[in-house]
Design a protein around this ligand. Structure first.
Ligand code: B16
Ligand code: MG
Length: 217
């Protein structure tokens, strides 16, 4: 049986992707770039700075701005996003996640959070999930973003288990690729993910029974 389950945040524990999208869209619009929800798929699991560079590239504005401009735009988007987070409540936890966290604790299975969001602690507080995970990765200490496996391996190390003893839950392709690269059994949430060891359409079907049944089947 797996000894730990490692969760991504946005798209697995809570759907904050639409809030990221609203904030990115407002910023993009201000500089004359239009982005849609299909493009937003490419921003899932991608860090703030890397997301901004993708938006500038999509708008043909790579190289138009100085690093100081880019930092200021990233800060502007984040302030907007943090403002949107105040509307988040415990009702926004995705289906089945609270129950799964409780079951894992009962069963003695360790839990970790591997989010690249610098706002993860604040999101967890808004959801009433502070203390719900045995370990929450500190993104400021992670040098390489997903699809690099660093953040997942960091969680395994902190939980004192081998990657082969863990399961990772991800909704982004970059996250699935990171889990694979780290040798961690991957469960993908969403229709379009390639290479996941097991896949579900939504978190509603994500139970301890399913996880233990599918693990290295
Ligand atoms: P922040 P995850 C990611 O969260 C989001 O999917 C991505 O859209 C966002 O740009 C990134 O966090 C950084 O977030 O600007 O709050 O630091 O999927 O890794 O939980
Ligand atoms: Mg995600």
């Amino acid at each position: 049986l797996p000894r730990a389950v490692i969760f991504d945040l946005d798209g697995v524990v809570v759907d904050t992707a639409h809030l990221h999208f609203i904030a990115w869209q407002r910023l993009a619009q201000r500089i004359g770039i239009s982005i849609d929800t299909a493009f937003n798929e490419q921003l899932k699991g991608v860090s703030r700075q890397a997301s901004l560079l993708k938006i500038l590239a999509a708008g043909g504005q790579t190289g138009t701005f100085t690093q100081a401009d880019i930092d200021a735009m990233a800060a502007e988007k984040n302030a907007d996003y943090v403002g949107l987070l105040t509307g988040l409540t415990t009702a926004d936890i995705l289906p089945g996640i609270r129950e799964l966290l409780l079951t894992l604790r009962e069963q003695g299975v360790l839990t970790g959070l591997a989010s690249v969001s610098q706002n993860a602690p604040q999101v967890l507080r808004a959801l009433g999930l502070e203390g719900a995970f045995d370990y929450v990765a500190d993104t400021r200490r992670i040098a390489n973003s997903k699809p690099h496996p660093e953040i997942f391996l960091n969680v395994c190390e902190a939980l004192n288990i081998a990657p082969q003893q863990a399961v990772g839950i991800e909704d982004a392709q970059a996250g699935i690729d990171a889990l694979r690269a780290g040798g961690i059994f991957s469960i993908g949430i969403g229709a379009t993910l390639e290479g996941a060891d097991y896949r579900l359409d939504s978190t509603g079907g994500l139970t301890w029974a399913v996880i233990r049944q599918q693990w290295f089947r």
